[in-house]
Design a protein around this ligand. Sequence first.
Ligand code: SF4
Length: 442
Amino acid sequence: MNKKIYIRTFGCQMNIRDSEFVMGILLERGFEKANSAENADVILFNSCSVRKHAEDRLFSNISGLKDLKKKRSNIIIGLIGCTAQNYKEGVFSKVPMVDFACGSGNITDLPEIIKDVLKNRCPIVAADKVNEKRKELFPKYRNGNFKTHVSISEGCDNFCSYCVVPYVRGRERSRRQKDIIEEVEDLANRGFREITLLGQNVNSYRDSPLRGQSLCRNDFVKLLENINKIDGIKRIRFMTSHPKDASPDLFKAMKNMDKVCEHLHLPLQSGSTRILQLMNRGYTAKRYARLVDSFRKFIPHGSVTTDMIIGFPSETENDFQKTMTLMNEIKFDSAFTFKYSPRPPAKSAELKDDVLQEIKDDRLKALINLQEKISQKRNEPLQGKVLEILVDGRNKKSPTTLTGRTRTNKTVVFEGNKKLIGKFVDVIIESVTPHALKGRMV
Ligand code: SF4
């Protein structure tokens, strides 16, 4: 099977990891990797359906292949992941040039599905395994060679009212700690130095209860402690934490694990407890603020980042001002901010999307402005400090500069030779912006 595969990914780290996983299983089954869509026999689109914007971009990108498909009618186009799971047969009416749709739970069947489509040339939908635990056949293939992601669980049980994840990725299934440890040990032996543990809600990670052991609230802490012991790994990150389940026990443990980076990504979503209740988030604005206080008590120099949704149904000016006030009090290092859009079958799609677009735009703008000022202030004390960074690539805007990340996950830009990519270096910070630190190597 020497057919060439090209994968385009839209969405979050989970999707990036899924695409890597898919490429891995296909390479192990004799497919080859194409360096562009034009050179591929099979083009796969892997997309997240959490935000409407990402989905719109996906459909317009697929439609953009119309001419290529006309020129090379034997090319196969497949949609995989959350959007395929959500739309199933509906994919073919949205984007008729798609040959098959394969949901998140079925991606381990992709080699067979692709062979079937290549042979029989008829549309296929595979989306029946949304709640099935993925087999432990994790392929060795990785996109890079010094930092990577490791899945610790799939799916989610939280059913936040705006979110489609529990519907498209199924209920939460944790991988066994033993399998995760083996995977990280193998990565360490192959030279990987930084890993990011991925789960929709890492705090509810549970080691397999199948061996008769009792469920333990701190399984995630135990997992971190065991990974912290693995030689070769120098940095451990994790995402995403859920404020409903994150606890001071985790922050206290983080303080004592030298490889666990001092960064907490903790989605707040709204500063109004009324809106949080409508979102079914399971915490109040007050509890959230207390959690951040607790993190900063244990890890005073740590960074805290968040996600925010603006314009959830019925959000009033008063609700929005509560969000602004809380953002001002907490002072996040950075925030990903989004405008609400209904995502059926998530529950909130039944509510009236009644905040006007102009109001959403104005609120989003105000929130971004506020956060930029806060980010600038959070970064200023770092001027003059020497920070260890892991160099991760060239700066796209200037070929002679490199970029890297601090342990607190801040981007650092500095002059350097590309041979440093993948290495740890010390950089003195000379100036800062809200989005990056600029410095020089010492
Ligand atoms: S915790 Fe909520 S927002 Fe996050 S994946 Fe689960 S349902 Fe979606």
